[in-house]
Design a protein around this ligand. Structure first.
Ligand code: DC
Length: 225
């Protein structure tokens, strides 16, 4: 059967990973959370007290502790750096608040983009991030750009954090999301932006099921051609 590439981009907490996981499962495709990869690089930078000046040390750390993904008993995704399970650690505040400077480093992006492109050669894939439609998979058959209001995204992340037992303040979260949007959209290398051929979908007030149905319909149109 024909297998396609689906790129889902958008700002923090726009619902990308939730819908990407469901769509990948429904189609029997690989799901790749590229944000988790930038979070892994950030975790390594913080753990080793590295700054933006220490890019070659950070690349060596990444080579020594390869990023991989696995599945927990409940079906949720697990993230590993070498043998170490960092699933929860990469969602903590210190990582979230430092990921923008790490993901703005061109050498780190080049390395992670190469890893992402290698994974995409293995067949049908749903990848979510900021530059998937523009840089990682420019020839993806389907490109979706999800947006939502800052208020709604902060509330979503607040609930997610509560479920994961990460203490958070909603107002702080709003400020952090707005700051990260600004940094992600204004960095020099691969800024967050919709590809010219992406379909932009505003998920404010729209349920996960409705977003999934919209993207699935578009995917099926391409698969049925
Ligand atoms: O999707 P997320 O919030 O877990 O992503 C964390 C950060 O990683 C995000 O603020 C910007 C960066 N990122 C990126 O620069 N490019 C990607 N393809 C994915 C994420």
């Amino acid at each position: 059967m024909k297998a396609i590439q689906i790129a889902i981009d958008g700002p923090a907490s726009s619902g990308k990973s939730t819908v990407a996981k469901i769509i990948a499962k429904n189609l029997g495709y690989t799901y790749l959370d590229t944000g988790a990869m930038y979070r892994c690089a950030t975790y390594l930078a913080l753990k080793n007290d590295l700054t933006a000046q220490d890019v070659s040390s950070l690349l060596s750390e990444l080579a020594a502790h390869p990023i991989s993904f696995g599945k927990a008993a409940d079906g949720s995704q697990k993230v590993f750096l070498g043998d170490c399970d960092v699933t929860l650690a990469i969602r903590q505040h210190d990582v979230t608040n430092n990921v923008s400077w790490v993901s703005a480093l061109p050498e780190i992006r080049a390395e992670l983009v190469a890893q992402q492109q290698r994974i995409a050669t293995k067949g049908g894939i749903v990848m979510d991030g900021r530059d998937i439609g523009t840089v990682v998979l420019p020839r993806a058959e389907l490109k979706i750009f999800l947006i939502a209001s800052v208020e709604e995204r902060a509330l979503r992340r607040f609930k997610e954090n509560q479920e994961k037992g990460i203490p958070t303040d909603l107002e702080t979260l709003k400020e952090e999301i707005a700051t990260r949007d600004f940094k992600d959209s204004n960095r020099k290398v691969s800024p967050l932006k919709a590809a010219d051929d992406a379909i932009t979908f505003d998920t404010t007030g729209v349920s996960i099921d409705e977003v999934v149905a919209f993207i699935s319909e578009k995917a099926n149109e391409i698969l049925d051609k």
